[in-house]
Design a protein around this ligand. Structure first.
Ligand code: SAH
Ligand code: SF4
Length: 381
């Protein structure tokens, strides 16, 4: 098997090229061809010496995970299901807005954290994605969208690691993937336009702060440890005091930033006015009295196995009002792509029933009607 060049950040590619007897600037050229121009065929990289193109053709390839299906929502959202082999599949979702294009990508097939309200969590953990599989979702989506929208400039302006999996439990593959997203020779995304969302893997939050302090979203979901450990089992290992301490330390590396707290609104579980007050008191204990966080209330996307329901809209609004009255910046997330199961926590891949995954993939390949995204996304962009 030859090396997949999507697995490398620019330093990794320079090391790989050095192994072929090539100078580092050659790696930069190759990197730009791949990420900025979407090239996967070395013979098309016309400004490289023929000798290098020949060496690369023997030793390397460029391949994103294969697309099993693509669905376009009425609101312009597009969801792709990628085959990552061994019966596993992961999803990525493109969400166009007037001023930005956000791609939500996956970091693992399944997830080991097992949050009660999350469909990925209910499937259990299958495996970590490689750097190439993480970057491949962006590489594919960006160049697909450019081609189909007839654009030669960037379509994806923001990346959020909010698909399947816990990114901070796959740190060694995540870090080079983030470096590729930020590199000026690749996607050139600014640090604040790349968001890692975590359920609270405290030691890895510290690592990320030191290595690559991108925007951080923390999945909170409860104002106290007793409830949070029921919803997010990782809270048993890293309780709220540890988690919020890590958030404060994170901001020391990114002083003008803020932490976004995600809070999934669950009917009768975590959505009372009293719990909103508790949340205000909890957060007031951190951040040294300055404005240091934002709260994003996410309407729960129900699925049968969870046994949970979404809070009614009035309760979400009442909860938000308590936070806002206390001076906390609070937003209620708009649900996008619900008609194609692309909303938060609906990303199920096809890992659920592992025995029938291959059969289902075959069926998807053969019979699924893939709606063309072009007109919809074009209009929304
Ligand atoms: N593992 C990471 C990132 C992936 S989950 C994390 O937990 O942060 C991304 C976001 O979707 C998290 O905030 C998660 O709590 C939320 N989420 C999961 N299931 C959901 C559901 N059914 N409805 C709404 N949001 C959900
Ligand atoms: Fe994993 Fe995040 Fe889902 Fe929890 S919410 S199970 S951490 S993907």
């Amino acid at each position: 098997m030859t090396a997949n060049l999507l697995d490398f950040d620019i330093e990794g590619l320079a090391a790989f090229c050095a192994g072929l007897g090539e100078k580092p600037f050659r790696a930069t050229q190759v990197f730009r061809w791949i990420h900025q121009r979407g090239a996967s065929d070395f013979s098309a990289m016309t400004d490289l010496a023929k000798s290098l193109r020949d060496k690369l053709a023997v030793a390397a390839h460029v391949a994103a995970p294969a697309v099993i299906s693509q669905h376009a929502s009425a609101d312009g959202t597009i969801k792709w299901l990628f085959d990552v082999g061994g019966g596993d599949a992961v999803e990525a979702v493109f969400i166009p807005e007037t001023d930005r294009g956000t791609l939500c990508i996956s970091s693992q097939a399944g997830c080991a954290v097992g949050c009660r309200f999350c469909s990925t969590g209910h499937q259990g953990f299958s495996r970590n994605l490689s750097t190439g599989e993480i970057v491949g979702q962006l590489w594919f989506a960006e160049h697909f969208l450019r081609k189909h929208l007839g654009r030669d400039t960037r379509v994806i302006s923001n990346v959020v690691m909010m698909g399947m999996g816990e990114p901070l439990q796959n740190y060694s593959a995540l870090l080079p993937a983030l470096q590729v997203m930020l590199s000026d020779h690749a996607y050139g995304l600014s640090r604040r336009r790349v968001t890692v969302s975590t359920s609270g893997v405290v030691p890895m939050m510290d690592r990320l702060a030191a290595d690559c302090p991108v925007a951080l979203a923390v999945s909170l979901h409860a104002p106290d440890d007793a409830l949070r450990k029921q919803l997010v089992p990782l809270n048993l290992k890293y309780p709220l005091a540890d988690l919020l301490g890590a958030c404060e330390r994170y901001l020391e590396h990114a002083p003008r930033d803020f932490i976004t707290f995600e809070y999934c609104m669950l009917d009768g579980v975590n959505d009372s006015a009293e719990q909103a007050q508790q949340l205000v008191r909890l957060l007031a204990g951190y951040g040294g009295g300055r404005s240091w966080c934002k709260i994003n209330l996410i309407p729960f996307n129900p699925f049968a196995a969870s046994g949970l329901l979404c809070s009614p809209p009035q309760r979400v609004q009442a909860f938000a009002q308590v936070l806002i009255a206390a001076g906390l910046t609070t937003t209620v997330r708009k649900t996008r792509g619900q008609d194609i199961d692309a909303a938060c926590g609906q990303l199920a891949g096809d890992v659920m029933d592992r025995t029938h995954v291959q059969e289902r993939m075959q069926r998807l390949r053969t019979v699924q009607v893939v709606r063309a995204p072009v007109a919809v996304a074009g209009a929304a962009l």
